[in-house]
Write a protein that binds this ligand. Structure first.
Ligand code: NAI
Ligand code: 13P
Length: 321
């Protein structure tokens, strides 16, 4: 199986470094000058401390990179549809989404975006708890490889696992990608709670009620609730809501503290919160934590106002769905 990674940011680079131990890998980034620098210095701008092994070919030409038979798509979620539109023939290729979020234009996750843009390709999702720097350093990591086509999913699981990167397979792409998308929204809420000084108990409450919202929306959209309890849901929620290495969590911290945050940093949960709020409204689903994050990130509510509205909700039975 020949592999190309499309996207030269932190995660694309980390995956390229991890997979380089198994054989040649092509790494495409859209900025030709950045590609030239990476090829020359064998360092990537987002992971400058870890050298790029020689078996990685940095490829500035998208068509040449996309000639490989397995393409790992490691661009931000809102860039996925445009990237897919620019790909040449993808018939029969495995297109593995590595991005975490919902597409704002279509309100769908990456596998639906792939199926719409490239109907003759095989969509798959690689998701779960993993910071790019950990993967690039070869630290042990377990992720979910989800593919509705069980045989192709198993082949991908074996081809993309390494000694330290352990992939579990699933056929529930919807559940897996929603776990990865929604945990970012909840991580922003947890960061905001900590940033506003509400304490660790409040964070645990937000995580747990947030997890109920994740499970509820996934079930509504055809995902399996048990998938949400796995690496792609609960696993990634635990990582992202408790670590300042997470950009979503750090963004939430800044919101809670009333500080500014660098707009150039990739924070997937903000756009995804807006997509979730629209989906929830259309389907009449209670998603109060996600809705609060959407409104706070759009500047419609302050963190104290969001807290007040969440605490004012009627008391209810505790159940996830
Ligand atoms: N960094 C991490 O630890 C992890 C990131 N991810 C996911 O991977 C995805 C990418 O994130 P990162 O690599 O961390 O972000 P990043 O900000 O480090 O890099 C994003 C890269 O995408 C490129 N890009 C942006 N728009 C593009 C477009 N229209 N076409 C082509 N390239 C474009 C940028 O130039 C940049 O190189 C996100 O969805 C994120 O949630 C998933 C797991 C871990
Ligand atoms: O998805 C991640 C960890 O699994 C990375 O999280 P951030 O995008 O919040 O940095």
């Amino acid at each position: 199986m020949s592999v190309a990674i499309l996207g030269g940011g932190a995660f694309g680079t980390a995956l390229a470094i991890a997979l380089a131990g198994s054989g040649p890998v092509t790494l495409w980034a859209r900025d030709a000058e950045a590609c030239r620098q990476m090829a020359q210095t064998r360092r990537a701008p987002r992971l400058p401390d870890i050298p790029l092994p020689d078996v990685i070919t940095v490829e500035p030409d998208l068509a040449r990179a996309a000639a490989q038979d397995t393409l790992l798509l490691a661009v931000p979620m809102q860039a996925l549809s445009g990237l897919l539109a620019a790909l040449p023939e993808t018939r029969g290729k495995a297109l593995v989404a590595c991005c975490k979020g919902l597409d704002l234009a279509s309100l769908t996750g990456p596998s639906k975006v792939i199926a719409t843009r490239c109907p003759e390709a095989v969509p798959a999702v690689l998701t779960g708890p993993s910071f790019a720097a950990d993967i690039a350093r070869g630290l042990p990591t377990a992720l979910t490889l989800a593919c509705a086509d069980a045989a192709r999913g198993e082949a991908l699981q074996h081809a993309l696992s390494t000694q330290s990167l352990r992939l579990y397979r699933s056929t529930d792409s919807t559940g897996a990608e929603l776990g990865g998308a929604l945990k970012n929204v909840i991580a922003i809420a947890c960061g905001a709670a900590i940033g506003a000084g509400l304490g660790d108990s409040a964070r645990a409450a937000v995580m747990t009620r947030g997890f109920a919202e994740m499970t509820r929306l996934a079930a509504e959209l055809g995902g399996r609730p048990e998938t949400l309890a796995g690496l792609s849901g609960l696993g990634d929620l635990a990582l992202t809501c408790g670590s300042e290495l997470s950009r979503n969590y750090r963004y939430g911290l800044a919101l809670g503290r009333g500080e500014s945050f660098d707009p150039a940093v990739t924070v997937e949960g903000a756009a995804t919160a807006r997509a979730v709020a629209q989906l929830a409204e259309r389907r009449d689903l209670p998603m109060p934590v996600c809705a609060a994050v959407a409104r706070v990130t759009m500047g419609e509510l302050t963190v104290p106002q969001a807290l007040e509205s969440l605490l004012a909700r009627p008391l209810r039975q505790e159940d996830p769905l």
